[in-house]
Write a protein that binds this ligand. Structure first.
Ligand SMILES: [Zn+2]
Length: 356
């Protein structure tokens, strides 16, 4: 009787399975819940952002994105008519000594950094043509640095807000200019777009390249995405004699074609892979400071003000290694959410064509 009951039970299970799409039924494709995946990616970005990286969250998750890089060869209005350059009030910021050997010489929105060594200065990013003279050259003099000692200028990417002063610094001081190959190509390809901001092709950066000067080295990591040649860095500075490790993010907004599944999905993957790459290097070097070339992303200008009242307190830029990782998680979460929206569109288009 026991056995019969067992057989009955098995038969019942089989019948149920056949009738209700259980394990024996033919598999129907599971429909992806894109909304849930998108929300999870956005939530991950929001959680990582906290209060520290709200600017990065707003830029990459919330604000509308450009549909792609502007590749016309037209000189910017601030070049053809200098009166069209933004007023000084809109960009001026005071220079600041941020670490023993690192100075902020940027503006309210866009940053430039002077890393001093016993053999000269490495300048990181060169802001606009219309304000590099006052902010970089003037700013360095204000904090007691000689701009003639600039030996290298690292250009994170070839946009006017970062390459603007490079031609002037190369011509005037003989500084070596470092940039990645694809962005050097742009400078040569678009003479009008880069008018007055086109240094002669010099050092072509490769992944892992070290720019060494005196006792200091900056390691370059290629992080294509924002532009095809965007570079990020890891390096060390001293804070009251104590070594502090920095991760520098060279490009943040989605400035590539991102409004169609092809090539948007692929472009977002390039961007996400790059963020993973620099995040891994930041983790390896135990970077506890995140720097950027936009104050919007690292709060540089506010932190410079906080530094003035630091006293014996903690360094306002030193947020800890976990927090540095969160910056890259914000970028990845926002990029993944945008990439998923394109995947959703591609899946919808496939269904409409009867591919599924
Ligand atoms: Zn840019």
């Amino acid at each position: 009787m026991k056995l019969v009951n067992g057989r009955l039970a098995i038969a019942l299970v089989v019948l149920l399975a056949l009738g209700t799409g259980g394990p024996f039924a033919q598999q129907t494709p599971t429909k992806r819940n894109f909304e849930a995946e998108i929300n999870a990616a956005l939530q991950a970005a929001k959680t990582a952002a906290g209060f520290e990286f709200l600017g990065t969250l707003v830029r990459t998750c919330l604000l509308p994105q450009s549909g792609g890089e502007n590749l016309t060869d037209v000189a910017p209005a601030y070049i053809t008519d200098p009166s069209k350059a933004p007023p000084r009030d809109a960009w001026f910021a005071e220079p600041a000594k941020v670490f023993d050997n690192l100075y902020f010489v940027g503006g309210k929105l866009h940053s430039a950094w002077a890393l001093t060594t016993k053999d000269g200065i490495i300048l990181i990013d060169a802001i606009y043509p219309y304000n590099s003279e006052e902010l970089i050259v003037g700013g360095m003099k204000k904090v007691g640095l000689d701009p003639a000692r600039i030996k290298y200028v690292l250009i994170s990417h070839a946009h006017g807000d970062h390459i603007g002063g490079a031609e002037m610094l190369q011509k005037r001081y003989g500084a070596r200019i470092v940039m990645a190959g694809p962005d050097w190509d742009w400078v040569e390809k678009y003479p009008n777009r880069y008018k007055t901001m086109a240094p002669k092709r010099d050092i072509v950066a490769t992944d892992g390249m070290k720019i060494t000067l005196g006792e200091t080295a900056v390691t370059i990591w290629l992080t294509p995405g924002h532009t095809p040649g965007t570079m990020s860095y890891t390096f060390s500075v001293l804070d009251q004699g104590k070594p502090v490790n920095i991760a520098y993010s060279g490009g943040t907004a989605f400035n590539f074609v991102n409004n169609t599944p092809d090539p948007g999905i692929k472009n977002f993957q390039t961007y996400i892979d790059s963020q993973k790459h620099i995040a891994a290097k930041a983790a390896e070097t135990k970077a506890s400071v995140l720097l950027s070339n936009h104050s919007e992303f690292d709060n540089a200008v506010n932190k410079n003000r906080m530094l003035a009242g630091r006293g014996d307190g903690p360094h306002p830029y030193e947020i800890g290694a976990d927090s540095v990782q969160k910056y890259f998680q914000v970028m990845q979460g926002c990029a993944r959410a945008a990439q998923l929206k394109l995947e959703q569109r591609a899946a919808g288009a496939g269904l409409a064509k009867g591919e599924n």
